[in-house]
Design a binder for this molecule. Structure first.
Ligand code: AMP
Length: 404
Protein backbone atom coordinates (compact mmCIF):
# COMPACT_ATOMS: atom_id res chain seq x y z
CA UNK A 1 0.00 0.00 0.00
CA UNK A 2 1.62 3.25 -1.14
CA UNK A 3 0.32 6.71 -0.34
CA UNK A 4 1.38 9.91 -2.08
CA UNK A 5 1.20 12.98 0.16
CA UNK A 6 0.82 16.33 -1.57
CA UNK A 7 1.08 19.85 -0.18
CA UNK A 8 0.04 22.17 -2.99
CA UNK A 9 0.72 25.89 -2.75
CA UNK A 10 -0.18 28.53 -5.31
CA UNK A 11 3.17 28.22 -7.12
CA UNK A 12 4.63 25.10 -5.53
CA UNK A 13 3.84 21.46 -4.91
CA UNK A 14 5.67 19.31 -2.37
CA UNK A 15 5.32 15.53 -2.33
CA UNK A 16 6.32 12.41 -0.43
CA UNK A 17 5.63 8.83 -1.42
CA UNK A 18 5.15 6.50 1.56
CA UNK A 19 5.21 2.74 1.77
CA UNK A 20 2.59 2.27 4.50
CA UNK A 21 3.76 -1.25 5.32
CA UNK A 22 6.71 0.20 7.22
CA UNK A 23 5.93 3.95 6.92
CA UNK A 24 9.16 4.49 4.97
CA UNK A 25 9.54 7.39 2.56
CA UNK A 26 10.30 6.04 -0.91
CA UNK A 27 10.82 9.46 -2.47
CA UNK A 28 10.13 13.10 -1.79
CA UNK A 29 10.53 16.31 -3.70
CA UNK A 30 9.06 19.58 -4.79
CA UNK A 31 8.05 21.56 -7.82
CA UNK A 32 8.72 25.28 -7.40
CA UNK A 33 7.81 28.33 -9.47
CA UNK A 34 4.73 26.74 -11.10
CA UNK A 35 3.35 29.21 -13.65
CA UNK A 36 6.57 31.22 -13.80
CA UNK A 37 9.17 31.22 -16.56
CA UNK A 38 11.47 28.51 -15.24
CA UNK A 39 10.01 25.96 -12.85
CA UNK A 40 12.38 23.87 -10.75
CA UNK A 41 11.70 20.22 -9.99
CA UNK A 42 13.73 18.55 -7.23
CA UNK A 43 13.23 14.80 -6.84
CA UNK A 44 14.85 12.88 -3.98
CA UNK A 45 14.46 9.10 -4.21
CA UNK A 46 15.40 7.35 -0.94
CA UNK A 47 18.23 5.19 -2.32
CA UNK A 48 19.28 7.09 -5.43
CA UNK A 49 20.92 10.46 -6.09
CA UNK A 50 18.80 13.62 -6.13
CA UNK A 51 17.68 14.95 -9.53
CA UNK A 52 16.98 18.58 -10.24
CA UNK A 53 15.77 20.05 -13.49
CA UNK A 54 14.42 23.31 -14.78
CA UNK A 55 11.59 23.46 -17.30
CA UNK A 56 8.34 25.26 -18.03
CA UNK A 57 5.47 24.03 -15.83
CA UNK A 58 2.53 26.33 -16.27
CA UNK A 59 -0.04 24.69 -14.04
CA UNK A 60 -0.57 22.11 -11.30
CA UNK A 61 -1.82 19.35 -13.63
CA UNK A 62 1.52 19.39 -15.43
CA UNK A 63 3.35 19.52 -12.10
CA UNK A 64 1.57 16.36 -10.88
CA UNK A 65 2.26 14.64 -14.22
CA UNK A 66 5.96 15.50 -13.87
CA UNK A 67 6.01 14.09 -10.34
CA UNK A 68 4.35 10.85 -11.50
CA UNK A 69 6.82 10.58 -14.40
CA UNK A 70 9.73 10.93 -11.98
CA UNK A 71 8.28 8.43 -9.49
CA UNK A 72 7.96 5.83 -12.29
CA UNK A 73 11.09 6.83 -14.25
CA UNK A 74 13.35 3.87 -15.16
CA UNK A 75 16.46 5.62 -13.79
CA UNK A 76 15.22 7.93 -11.02
CA UNK A 77 11.93 6.27 -10.11
CA UNK A 78 10.95 4.19 -7.09
CA UNK A 79 7.87 2.36 -8.43
CA UNK A 80 7.26 0.68 -11.77
CA UNK A 81 3.77 2.03 -12.45
CA UNK A 82 1.42 4.67 -11.04
CA UNK A 83 -1.00 1.82 -10.30
CA UNK A 84 1.21 1.09 -7.30
CA UNK A 85 -0.07 4.32 -5.70
CA UNK A 86 -3.25 3.44 -3.83
CA UNK A 87 -4.27 6.85 -2.55
CA UNK A 88 -3.28 10.50 -2.39
CA UNK A 89 -3.46 12.58 0.81
CA UNK A 90 -3.56 16.37 0.63
CA UNK A 91 -2.72 18.96 3.23
CA UNK A 92 -5.51 21.54 3.39
CA UNK A 93 -4.98 24.57 5.61
CA UNK A 94 -8.56 25.52 6.44
CA UNK A 95 -11.40 23.17 7.22
CA UNK A 96 -13.55 25.80 8.97
CA UNK A 97 -16.20 24.33 11.26
CA UNK A 98 -17.18 21.84 8.57
CA UNK A 99 -14.24 19.46 8.88
CA UNK A 100 -13.60 18.07 12.33
CA UNK A 101 -11.46 15.30 10.91
CA UNK A 102 -9.84 14.17 7.67
CA UNK A 103 -12.19 13.25 4.84
CA UNK A 104 -12.37 11.24 1.65
CA UNK A 105 -12.63 13.62 -1.32
CA UNK A 106 -16.10 13.53 -2.87
CA UNK A 107 -17.99 16.13 -4.88
CA UNK A 108 -19.66 17.33 -1.67
CA UNK A 109 -16.30 17.67 0.06
CA UNK A 110 -14.97 19.74 -2.84
CA UNK A 111 -18.01 22.03 -2.62
CA UNK A 112 -17.39 22.51 1.12
CA UNK A 113 -13.69 23.27 0.61
CA UNK A 114 -14.63 25.86 -2.01
CA UNK A 115 -17.01 27.49 0.49
CA UNK A 116 -13.97 27.98 2.76
CA UNK A 117 -11.90 29.87 0.17
CA UNK A 118 -12.82 33.17 1.87
CA UNK A 119 -11.28 32.02 5.16
CA UNK A 120 -7.96 30.98 3.59
CA UNK A 121 -7.71 32.82 0.28
CA UNK A 122 -3.99 32.16 -0.15
CA UNK A 123 -4.11 28.47 0.67
CA UNK A 124 -7.38 26.64 0.04
CA UNK A 125 -7.67 27.54 -3.68
CA UNK A 126 -4.13 26.21 -4.20
CA UNK A 127 -4.96 22.96 -2.39
CA UNK A 128 -8.02 22.61 -4.63
CA UNK A 129 -5.77 22.97 -7.69
CA UNK A 130 -3.69 20.10 -6.30
CA UNK A 131 -6.79 17.91 -5.82
CA UNK A 132 -8.04 18.61 -9.35
CA UNK A 133 -4.58 18.03 -10.82
CA UNK A 134 -4.45 14.57 -9.21
CA UNK A 135 -7.98 13.88 -10.45
CA UNK A 136 -6.96 14.69 -14.02
CA UNK A 137 -3.84 12.54 -13.91
CA UNK A 138 -5.24 9.64 -11.89
CA UNK A 139 -9.05 9.76 -12.23
CA UNK A 140 -9.70 6.56 -10.28
CA UNK A 141 -7.44 7.13 -7.33
CA UNK A 142 -9.10 7.88 -3.96
CA UNK A 143 -7.99 11.16 -2.38
CA UNK A 144 -8.13 12.28 1.24
CA UNK A 145 -7.94 15.79 2.68
CA UNK A 146 -6.25 16.45 6.02
CA UNK A 147 -6.91 19.84 7.60
CA UNK A 148 -4.56 22.03 9.69
CA UNK A 149 -7.59 23.25 11.65
CA UNK A 150 -9.34 19.91 12.32
CA UNK A 151 -7.48 19.01 15.53
CA UNK A 152 -8.62 22.28 17.14
CA UNK A 153 -12.31 21.67 16.49
CA UNK A 154 -12.55 20.20 20.01
CA UNK A 155 -11.91 23.62 21.61
CA UNK A 156 -14.74 24.77 23.90
CA UNK A 157 -16.65 27.94 22.99
CA UNK A 158 -14.93 29.92 25.72
CA UNK A 159 -11.63 29.30 23.91
CA UNK A 160 -12.71 29.85 20.35
CA UNK A 161 -15.11 32.79 20.50
CA UNK A 162 -13.93 36.39 20.30
CA UNK A 163 -15.69 38.91 22.54
CA UNK A 164 -17.17 40.82 19.62
CA UNK A 165 -20.80 40.94 18.44
CA UNK A 166 -22.10 37.38 18.03
CA UNK A 167 -23.65 38.31 14.72
CA UNK A 168 -20.14 38.27 13.23
CA UNK A 169 -19.70 34.67 14.30
CA UNK A 170 -23.15 33.68 13.07
CA UNK A 171 -22.91 35.51 9.75
CA UNK A 172 -19.24 35.25 8.88
CA UNK A 173 -17.92 32.53 11.17
CA UNK A 174 -15.44 34.90 12.81
CA UNK A 175 -13.83 32.80 15.55
CA UNK A 176 -10.54 31.13 16.52
CA UNK A 177 -9.78 28.11 14.36
CA UNK A 178 -6.11 27.52 15.11
CA UNK A 179 -3.53 26.01 12.78
CA UNK A 180 -0.58 23.56 12.79
CA UNK A 181 -3.21 21.07 14.03
CA UNK A 182 -1.63 18.15 12.19
CA UNK A 183 1.68 18.89 13.89
CA UNK A 184 0.19 19.37 17.38
CA UNK A 185 -1.79 16.13 16.98
CA UNK A 186 1.26 14.21 15.79
CA UNK A 187 3.70 15.42 18.47
CA UNK A 188 1.24 15.01 21.34
CA UNK A 189 0.61 11.43 20.26
CA UNK A 190 4.35 10.78 19.95
CA UNK A 191 4.95 12.34 23.38
CA UNK A 192 2.38 10.04 25.02
CA UNK A 193 3.96 7.01 23.35
CA UNK A 194 7.42 8.15 24.45
CA UNK A 195 6.24 8.60 28.04
CA UNK A 196 4.33 5.35 27.86
CA UNK A 197 1.19 7.01 29.23
CA UNK A 198 -2.33 7.30 27.78
CA UNK A 199 -2.63 10.54 25.79
CA UNK A 200 -5.90 11.30 27.64
CA UNK A 201 -4.08 11.32 30.97
CA UNK A 202 -1.72 14.18 30.07
CA UNK A 203 -2.06 17.97 30.23
CA UNK A 204 0.37 19.29 27.68
CA UNK A 205 1.43 22.48 26.00
CA UNK A 206 2.78 21.81 22.55
CA UNK A 207 5.03 24.60 21.21
CA UNK A 208 5.32 24.43 17.42
CA UNK A 209 8.05 27.00 16.87
CA UNK A 210 8.99 27.29 13.23
CA UNK A 211 8.80 30.16 10.81
CA UNK A 212 5.14 30.26 11.82
CA UNK A 213 4.64 29.48 15.51
CA UNK A 214 1.81 28.41 17.78
CA UNK A 215 1.25 26.97 21.25
CA UNK A 216 -1.60 24.54 21.93
CA UNK A 217 -3.05 23.47 25.26
CA UNK A 218 -3.88 19.77 24.99
CA UNK A 219 -6.10 18.34 27.70
CA UNK A 220 -7.59 14.81 27.75
CA UNK A 221 -5.86 14.27 24.39
CA UNK A 222 -7.80 17.11 22.76
CA UNK A 223 -7.00 20.67 21.74
CA UNK A 224 -8.35 22.88 24.51
CA UNK A 225 -6.97 26.22 23.32
CA UNK A 226 -4.45 27.40 20.77
CA UNK A 227 -2.63 30.66 20.12
CA UNK A 228 -3.35 31.15 16.42
CA UNK A 229 -6.77 32.54 15.68
CA UNK A 230 -9.10 33.00 12.77
CA UNK A 231 -5.90 33.36 10.75
CA UNK A 232 -2.31 32.35 11.56
CA UNK A 233 -1.48 35.93 12.59
CA UNK A 234 -2.60 35.77 16.22
CA UNK A 235 -0.60 34.58 19.20
CA UNK A 236 3.16 34.18 19.39
CA UNK A 237 5.65 36.52 17.77
CA UNK A 238 6.88 34.78 14.62
CA UNK A 239 9.52 35.13 11.91
CA UNK A 240 7.67 37.89 10.05
CA UNK A 241 4.25 37.94 11.81
CA UNK A 242 3.46 40.25 14.70
CA UNK A 243 1.34 37.84 16.75
CA UNK A 244 -0.86 39.44 19.43
CA UNK A 245 -1.35 43.18 19.47
CA UNK A 246 -4.03 45.61 20.54
CA UNK A 247 -6.56 45.54 17.65
CA UNK A 248 -6.87 49.33 17.96
CA UNK A 249 -3.31 49.61 16.66
CA UNK A 250 -4.57 48.61 13.20
CA UNK A 251 -6.97 51.53 12.49
CA UNK A 252 -4.60 53.93 14.27
CA UNK A 253 -1.63 53.00 12.08
CA UNK A 254 -3.76 52.86 8.94
CA UNK A 255 -4.88 56.39 9.66
CA UNK A 256 -1.47 57.80 10.61
CA UNK A 257 0.44 56.14 7.76
CA UNK A 258 -2.37 56.27 5.20
CA UNK A 259 -2.22 52.51 4.67
CA UNK A 260 -4.73 50.39 2.76
CA UNK A 261 -6.19 47.14 4.12
CA UNK A 262 -3.80 45.07 2.03
CA UNK A 263 -0.82 47.18 3.08
CA UNK A 264 -1.56 46.80 6.77
CA UNK A 265 -2.15 43.07 6.25
CA UNK A 266 1.20 42.78 4.56
CA UNK A 267 2.89 44.81 7.33
CA UNK A 268 1.54 42.50 10.06
CA UNK A 269 2.13 39.23 8.20
CA UNK A 270 5.32 39.84 6.25
CA UNK A 271 7.21 42.73 7.82
CA UNK A 272 6.78 42.24 11.56
CA UNK A 273 7.99 39.71 14.15
CA UNK A 274 11.69 38.84 14.47
CA UNK A 275 12.38 40.57 11.16
CA UNK A 276 10.95 43.90 12.31
CA UNK A 277 12.44 44.01 15.78
CA UNK A 278 15.92 42.78 14.83
CA UNK A 279 15.96 44.75 11.56
CA UNK A 280 18.05 41.84 10.39
CA UNK A 281 16.33 38.54 9.68
CA UNK A 282 13.32 36.33 10.32
CA UNK A 283 15.61 33.33 10.77
CA UNK A 284 16.31 32.38 14.37
CA UNK A 285 19.81 31.14 13.44
CA UNK A 286 20.80 34.60 12.25
CA UNK A 287 19.16 36.23 15.25
CA UNK A 288 21.10 34.09 17.73
CA UNK A 289 24.38 34.51 15.82
CA UNK A 290 23.94 38.29 15.84
CA UNK A 291 22.93 38.24 19.50
CA UNK A 292 26.12 36.35 20.36
CA UNK A 293 28.09 39.05 18.56
CA UNK A 294 26.48 41.69 20.77
CA UNK A 295 23.71 42.98 18.47
CA UNK A 296 21.20 44.66 20.83
CA UNK A 297 18.23 44.57 18.46
CA UNK A 298 18.73 40.85 17.85
CA UNK A 299 18.80 40.32 21.62
CA UNK A 300 15.60 42.32 22.04
CA UNK A 301 13.90 40.30 19.27
CA UNK A 302 15.00 37.04 20.93
CA UNK A 303 13.84 38.19 24.37
CA UNK A 304 10.43 39.28 23.08
CA UNK A 305 10.02 36.03 21.15
CA UNK A 306 10.87 33.74 24.08
CA UNK A 307 8.91 35.88 26.56
CA UNK A 308 5.75 35.38 24.52
CA UNK A 309 6.22 31.61 24.46
CA UNK A 310 6.63 31.61 28.26
CA UNK A 311 3.50 33.73 28.66
CA UNK A 312 1.45 31.27 26.63
CA UNK A 313 2.79 28.23 28.46
CA UNK A 314 1.93 29.90 31.79
CA UNK A 315 -1.50 30.96 30.57
CA UNK A 316 -2.32 27.48 29.31
CA UNK A 317 -1.14 25.86 32.55
CA UNK A 318 -3.72 28.08 34.29
CA UNK A 319 -6.35 27.45 31.60
CA UNK A 320 -6.03 23.68 32.06
CA UNK A 321 -5.58 23.97 35.83
CA UNK A 322 -2.44 21.90 35.52
CA UNK A 323 0.43 20.98 33.27
CA UNK A 324 2.66 17.94 33.12
CA UNK A 325 4.33 18.03 29.72
CA UNK A 326 5.82 20.73 27.50
CA UNK A 327 6.72 19.81 23.93
CA UNK A 328 9.06 21.73 21.63
CA UNK A 329 8.79 21.03 17.92
CA UNK A 330 9.34 22.46 14.38
CA UNK A 331 12.43 24.20 12.95
CA UNK A 332 13.27 26.46 15.90
CA UNK A 333 11.76 24.28 18.65
CA UNK A 334 13.64 21.17 17.53
CA UNK A 335 16.97 22.86 16.86
CA UNK A 336 17.50 25.91 19.03
CA UNK A 337 19.17 24.98 22.30
CA UNK A 338 19.22 28.62 23.46
CA UNK A 339 15.54 29.20 22.74
CA UNK A 340 14.48 26.17 24.78
CA UNK A 341 16.79 27.24 27.60
CA UNK A 342 15.41 30.80 27.63
CA UNK A 343 11.79 29.59 27.69
CA UNK A 344 12.38 26.98 30.40
CA UNK A 345 14.46 29.28 32.61
CA UNK A 346 11.41 31.44 33.17
CA UNK A 347 9.18 28.51 34.08
CA UNK A 348 10.98 27.22 37.16
CA UNK A 349 8.06 28.42 39.32
CA UNK A 350 5.90 25.78 37.60
CA UNK A 351 8.42 23.07 38.43
CA UNK A 352 10.34 23.01 35.14
CA UNK A 353 13.92 21.84 35.60
CA UNK A 354 15.92 21.79 32.41
CA UNK A 355 18.80 19.33 32.08
CA UNK A 356 21.36 21.47 30.24
CA UNK A 357 23.32 18.50 28.93
CA UNK A 358 20.22 16.80 27.51
CA UNK A 359 19.08 20.11 26.05
CA UNK A 360 22.42 20.55 24.25
CA UNK A 361 22.38 17.12 22.60
CA UNK A 362 21.78 17.20 18.85
CA UNK A 363 19.42 14.45 17.83
CA UNK A 364 16.59 13.78 15.41
CA UNK A 365 14.52 11.62 17.74
CA UNK A 366 12.00 12.29 20.52
CA UNK A 367 13.86 13.00 23.74
CA UNK A 368 13.49 14.32 27.28
CA UNK A 369 15.37 17.54 28.05
CA UNK A 370 14.15 18.04 31.63
CA UNK A 371 15.84 16.41 34.62
CA UNK A 372 14.43 13.14 35.93
CA UNK A 373 13.17 14.97 39.04
CA UNK A 374 11.52 17.85 37.12
CA UNK A 375 7.82 18.18 38.06
CA UNK A 376 7.06 18.99 34.43
CA UNK A 377 8.48 16.82 31.66
CA UNK A 378 9.97 18.79 28.79
CA UNK A 379 10.35 16.95 25.49
CA UNK A 380 11.70 17.70 22.05
CA UNK A 381 9.55 15.85 19.52
CA UNK A 382 10.43 16.10 15.81
CA UNK A 383 7.23 16.84 13.95
CA UNK A 384 6.16 14.94 10.85
CA UNK A 385 2.99 16.36 9.36
CA UNK A 386 3.40 14.38 6.14
CA UNK A 387 3.47 11.08 8.02
CA UNK A 388 0.26 11.96 9.85
CA UNK A 389 -1.37 12.86 6.51
CA UNK A 390 -0.21 9.51 5.09
CA UNK A 391 -1.56 7.65 8.16
CA UNK A 392 -4.94 9.38 8.03
CA UNK A 393 -5.17 8.75 4.29
CA UNK A 394 -4.33 5.07 4.75
CA UNK A 395 -6.85 4.70 7.60
CA UNK A 396 -9.67 6.41 5.67
CA UNK A 397 -9.01 4.43 2.51
CA UNK A 398 -9.06 1.16 4.44
CA UNK A 399 -12.33 2.12 6.13
CA UNK A 400 -13.94 3.37 2.94
CA UNK A 401 -16.24 0.89 1.27
CA UNK A 402 -15.08 2.26 -2.11
CA UNK A 403 -11.69 0.68 -1.58
CA UNK A 404 -11.19 -3.06 -1.83
P1 AMP B 1 9.86 25.43 9.98
O1 AMP B 1 8.88 26.53 9.67
O2 AMP B 1 9.40 24.46 11.01
O3 AMP B 1 10.42 24.76 8.75
O4 AMP B 1 11.11 26.17 10.67
C1 AMP B 1 11.95 27.01 9.91
C2 AMP B 1 12.75 27.87 10.84
O5 AMP B 1 13.52 27.04 11.74
C3 AMP B 1 13.79 28.71 10.12
O6 AMP B 1 13.27 29.94 9.76
C4 AMP B 1 14.87 28.88 11.16
O7 AMP B 1 14.69 30.12 11.79
C5 AMP B 1 14.62 27.81 12.18
N1 AMP B 1 15.77 26.95 12.40
C6 AMP B 1 16.20 25.89 11.68
N2 AMP B 1 17.33 25.37 12.20
C7 AMP B 1 17.63 26.11 13.29
C8 AMP B 1 18.67 26.09 14.28
N3 AMP B 1 19.64 25.18 14.24
N4 AMP B 1 18.63 27.01 15.26
C9 AMP B 1 17.65 27.92 15.30
N5 AMP B 1 16.66 28.00 14.43
C10 AMP B 1 16.63 27.11 13.42
Amino acid sequence: MKVLVINAGSSSLKYQLYNMMDESVLASGRVERIGMDSSIVTHEPADKPEVKNVSEILEHTTAVRRVLDLLTDAKHGVISSINEIHAVGHRVVHGGETFKQSALVTNDVKVEIRKLFDLAPLHNPAHMMGILAVEENMPDIPQVVVFDTAFHQTMPQQSYLYAIPMVLYRRHKVRRYGFHGTSHAYVSDQAAKFLNKPLESLSMVSCHIGNGASCTAIKDGKSFDTSMGMTPLEGLMMGTRSGDLDPAVVPYVMNKEDLSVSEVNSMLNKHSGLQAISGLSSDMREITDAMNEGDKNAKLAFDMYTYRIRKYVGAYAAAMNGLDTIIFTAGVGENSVVLRKAVCEGLTFLGVELDEERNSERSKVTRRISTDSSRITVLVVPTNEELLIARDTYAIIRESSDYN
